[in-house]
Write a new protein. Sequence first.
Length: 139
Amino acid sequence: MSLATGQVAHQTCRRHRAGEFRKFLDAIDASVPADLAVHVVLDNSSTHKTPAISDWLLELPRFTFHFTPTSSSWMNLVERWCAELTNRMLKRSAHRSIAALTADLNAWFAAWNDNPKPFVWHKTADQILDSLKNYLTNL
């Protein structure tokens, strides 16, 4: 997901191995202008840490991987965007096959990217932390 534009790069695949992840990274590389740095936030899946991916990363220094702490929730815009996908498409649909689900997902991604909307935080980090502090104090 581009923070600046709200556009989402996507790829559906039946398996989640290093090969599929590499193809996804290649697609991102092809779609992002060559003069821009690419920061990728990842969970700690072993797929992201294989020698094949490490070697690929060495060849493309404009890519930087950032790993979320083990067992943490993303609690960020990606999770929020997935909630949009769930609420606006998945909860209202029924699919008789993986092919039908994939087709609907691809259509939804395309529609989203035709008119993307970046998520904007309305509160500062200090406001959020103050609110959390007040909540925890009142427990």
